[in-house]
Design a binder for this molecule. Structure first.
Ligand code: KG4
Ligand code: ZN
Length: 341
C-alpha cells in the first residue's frame, strides 16, 4: 500500500528487538534476549545488557530484513526507543538507528517505549477508537495512559510511586525462594492457592490517597506486608502456605490495578481499555480485568503475550503511527532519556 515502511529498534532493557511495519501491518518481528545471562544475577545488569545489544544488533537487523525479504533501501523511516529505559542499552539502539538513518538517507524518529507498549495493540486488534485507556504493566513500568491520539496526544494519568507490578512479583518471588524472575512462578502458584486466605493491603486506595493519587499505584508497602507476614509465621514455627500467599498477594495487586484503571475509564468516559507490558501475561490480571471490564461495559484489548513483552514491533508500530501523523523527524543528535515521562 501507500503507507511508509518503518523499521523499529528496541533496546531499552534486555531485549534487542527489530521489526518492520507498514501501516498497521507487521511484516516481521525479531528479538534477541540476554535474559539468560542476567537470570543468574537475579536482576538485569546494565553493562551486560549493553554488550549483548552491541553484539546482537546487526545480526538481528539482518535477520529481520532477510525474513521479511525486503532490501534495506526500501525502508522509509527508522524508529527507535529514545526512553525510558537503561541508558547504556538505549544508547546502543539509538546509535544503530542513527547509523541506519544516515546511511540510508531516511528520517529518524525517537519514540517512547511505554507508549509503544500500548500502540502495538493496533497491529493485532486494528486502529484505536478516538479515545482509549492504556494500562502498561511490566517489570519496569506501571502506568495509566489516556490516549487521544497514540502519535501526538497521550497523557500519563498516573504511574507507580515505587515498584512496578512485575517488580513487586519478582521481589515477593525472591522472598518466597522462587527463581528469578519470580512473576511467572507466583502466577502458577497463585492458581493453586486461596486468594482470600490473607488480606494484604491495597496501596493508595484509602480516601485520602484517592484525592491526590487516583491513578497512581504503590506496591512496596504490599511487598513489605508479605515479608512481615512470612516472618511472623516463621517465628511462630508454622509452615509457610506458599500458594495461599501467592494467591492473596496476586489478588491484592490485580484488585488495585483493575479497580483504579476502571475508575479512570469512567472518569474520562473511555469505552476501550488496552493492557500491555510483560506483566499482562499474568493470569490473575487477565481474569480480573476481563471480569471487571465486562461488568463496566468496557471493551478490553490485550495483545498476545509475545507482543506484550519488549519487542521491536511496538516501536515500529509507534514509528508508523508517528510518521503517518506527519510528526517532524528527530534530529540526528537526539539523546536518550532513561527517565522519559
Ligand atoms: O515487559 P517485560 O518483559 O520486561 C520489562 O520491561 O520489565 O516484563 C517482565 C516482567 C517481569 O517482572 C516478570 O516477572 C513479569 O513481567 N511477568 C509476570 C508474568 N510474566 C511476566 N508477572 C506475573 N505473572 C506472569 N505470568
Ligand atoms: Zn517494556
Amino acid at each position: 500500500a501507500g503507507d511508509p515502511l518503518v523499521l523499529g529498534i528496541e533496546t531499552s532493557c534486555d531485549e534487542t528487538g527489530v521489526a518492520l511495519v507498514r501501516g498497521d501491518d507487521l511484516l516481521v518481528d525479531t528479538t534477541a534476549s540476554s535474559m539468560d545471562e542476567h537470570a543468574r544475577f537475579g536482576g538485569i545488569i546494565p553493562e551486560v545488557a549493553s554488550r549483548a545489544h552491541l553484539e546482537a544488533m546487526i545480526p538481528t537487523i539482518q535477520q529481520a530484513i532477510g525474513e521479511a525479504d525486503v532490501d534495506l533501501s526500501e525502508v522509509d523511516a527508522i524508529a527507535v526507543t529514545a526512553g525510558p529505559g537503561l541508558v547504556g542499552p538505549l544508547t546502543i539502539g539509538a546509535s544503530a538507528a542513527k547509523a541506519l538513518a544516515i546511511g540510508l538517507g531516511k528520517p529518524l524518529y525517537g519514540v517512547n517505549h511505554v507508549i509503544g507498549h500500548a500502540c502495538v495493540d493496533q497491529l493485532v486488534h486494528g486502529a484505536f477508537p478516538d479515545r482509549v485507556m492504556a494500562l502498561v504493566v511490566s517489570g519496569g513500568h506501571s502506568s495509566l495512559l489516556l490516549v487521544d491520539d497514540v502519535a501526538t496526544d497521550v497523557t500519563e494519568l498516573g504511574s507507580t510511586l515505587d515498584d512496578a507490578a512485575g517488580e513487586a512479583f519478582d521481589k515477593v518471588g525472591r522472598l518466597l525462594g522462587l527463581p528469578y524472575p519470580g512473576g511467572p512462578h507466583i502466577d502458577r502458584l497463585a492458581r493453586e492457592g486461596d486468594p482470600t486466605a490473607i488480606r494484604f493491603p491495597r496501596g493508595l486506595t484509602a480516601a485520602k490517597d484517592q484525592a491526590k493519587h487516583a491513578a497512581d499505584f504503590s506496591f512496596s508497602g504490599l511487598k513489605t506486608a508479605v515479608a512481615r507476614w512470612v516472618e511472623n509465621e516463621q517465628d511462630a514455627g508454622r509452615p509457610i502456605p506458599v500458594a495461599d500467599i501467592a494467591a492473596s498477594f496476586a489478588e491484592a495487586v490485580v484488585d488495585v490495578l483493575t479497580a483504579k484503571t476502571i475508575a479512570a475509564c469512567r472518569r474520562h468516559d473511555v469505552g476501550t481499555l488496552v493492557i500491555g507490558g510483560g506483566f499482562s501475561a499474568n493470569s490473575q490480571l487477565r481474569a480480573k480485568a476481563a471480569e471487571r471490564c465486562a461488568e463496566a461495559g468496557i471493551d478490553l484489548r490485550i495483545p498476545p503475550i509475545r507482543y506484550c513483552t519488549d519487542n521491536g514491533a511496538m516501536i515500529a508500530a509507534l514509528g508508523s503511527a508517528v510518521v503517518r501523523a506527519g510528526v517532524a523527524p528527530s534530529a540526528l543528535d537526539i539523546g536518550v532519556d532513561s527517565s522519559m515521562p
